[in-house]
Structure formats: structure tokens, C-alpha cells
Design a protein around this ligand. Structure first.
Ligand SMILES: [Zn+2]
Length: 235
């Protein structure tokens, strides 16, 4: 609680210098709000309880959930999050995800929080990994440690969003690796965070790696999920 009240205090003073804004439309909002009323009423929430596990092909996660379908206002929120203007969007989603995890008795089993990494060069260029920022909100709200260096993204050769389902599977196989020193997660339960679940190929691969590093279970959480049925492999 003390940590959260410190954060609120910080937001109050920050608002005096840099007014708080809606992460979807950019309108100035009250310092302790996260999204303006108009945008909030038009957010494409996924059907409760947000579980997308059954839609992911060959799912190696123990559970996967997201808050919004990746369309309309949620696309704007993610875009602004990527450009640093929409941090509130990640915080807003984390509030719902923590509630969902808590209602489904998952919170008590989580030991630490991790995120889908970016390549070092992209991270340096952008100065910012949106999945990491989202994971920070989750770790803070859950009061669990954030593990920064469990996974590596070793190549920018292909952007996942430009690939079809099968290419995404193959690409994820080659671009993610586990870090060398991974004794910290043996027998632990890891909450894995990303901004958007598209086919689930990226999160699946990261979950597989975390399990190969000794993690006992991996729970995937994302702010958005695409309509996964559209991306499924052809039957
Ligand atoms: Zn708005």
C-alpha cells in the first residue's frame, strides 16, 4: 500500500508540470484518472473473464488472458503506449488483469513477473519496451519482483506483425533465447507480459523457454488480443 500511495503522490506532482492525458484521444484528464469517460465507454473489452487460452494453438502457457480485443480504441491505446504517450493505457489494463488473476486464484501462485523482450538495438533506439512498462505495472500491483533479464530477443530479421500464422511460429522459434543465468526461476511460477497477443506464437515460445529454464508454470497476460480465430492455422 505504501508503494502505491507513493506512486499516486508522484502522479499528483507530475501533473502540475506535464498534464495527465487520456492514452486514447490525448485529451487532458484529472491527475488520478487513467482514461477519459468517452474513450472508456468505447473500449472493446473482451468477454469476461478475459481468458484467451483456448484460442491459442498448442498453448504451452498454464493460462493466457487479455483485456481488450485489438481493434478501434485499443489500437490507439497501444500505439500511444509504444510512443510513450499512453502509459496510462498499460496501467488501466493492469487493473483489470490483476482483478481477473485474483478472482481466478492465480495471484497467490505467482512468484515473479517477466516480459517479452525486444532486441537490444531496438530497445536502445526506442529507449523503451512497452511490454516491459506493462510488466512493471503488473509487478507493482501484485507486489512481485520484476525479472529483467530472463529472455533475450536476438534478431530483428522479421517483424512478427508482417508474418502469417506459420511464419510467426517459425520466426518465434529462432529469435527468442533464454538468458544464461537462469537459476532464479527454478520451480517458480512466472507471469509473462506482452502488449498484444496475436497468434500466441511469441508468448508460447517464451513460455517454453521459461519452462526449459526450470519454471514450474507460466501465466501469459497481455493488454490486447487479436481475434485469434482469424489467425488460426488452416484446418
Ligand atoms: Zn479519451
Amino acid at each position: 500500500m505504501k508503494k502505491n500511495s507513493k506512486v499516486l503522490n508522484h502522479k499528483f506532482w507530475l501533473d502540475l508540470i506535464m498534464p495527465n492525458r487520456c492514452p486514447v484521444c490525448g485529451k487532458v484528464i484529472v491527475w488520478n484518472e487513467l482514461v477519459c469517460n468517452k474513450c472508456e465507454s468505447n473500449l472493446p473489452f473482451l468477454d469476461k473473464p478475459f481468458s484467451v487460452s483456448e484460442k491459442i494453438h498448442n498453448n504451452s502457457m498454464n493460462n493466457a488472458c487479455a483485456v481488450f480485443e485489438y481493434k478501434e480504441n485499443a489500437v490507439k491505446g497501444i500505439y500511444n503506449l509504444k510512443t510513450r504517450k499512453g502509459l496510462n493505457f498499460a496501467e488501466y489494463a493492469s487493473k483489470y488483469l490483476v482483478k481477473y488473476l485474483s478472482e481466478n486464484d492465480i495471484v497467490s501462485t505467482i512468484d515473479c513477473v517477466a516480459f517479452v523482450p525486444m532486441t537490444k538495438s531496438k530497445r536502445r533506439l526506442r529507449g523503451y519496451n512497452q511490454a516491459e512498462r506493462f510488466a512493471k505495472f503488473m509487478a507493482r500491483k501484485l507486489d512481485k519482483p520484476l525479472m529483467n533479464d530472463l529472455l533475450l530477443h536476438i534478431s530483428d530479421s522479421s517483424e512478427q506483425h508482417t508474418l502469417d500464422y506459420n511464419q510467426r511460429q517459425q520466426n518465434a522459434e529462432t529469435v527468442f533465447k533464454s538468458a544464461l543465468n537462469h537459476s532464479d526461476i527454478k520451480g517458480k511460477s512466472v507471469l509473462l507480459c506482452d502488449d498484444v497477443i496475436t497468434t500466441g506464437a511469441t508468448m508460447n515460445k517464451c513460455a517454453e523457454l521459461l519452462k526449459s529454464m526450470g519454471a514450474n508454470s507460466v501465466y501469459g497476460t497481455a493488454i490486447c488480443s487479436t481475434n485469434l480465430r482469424k489467425m488460426s492455422p488452416k484446418e
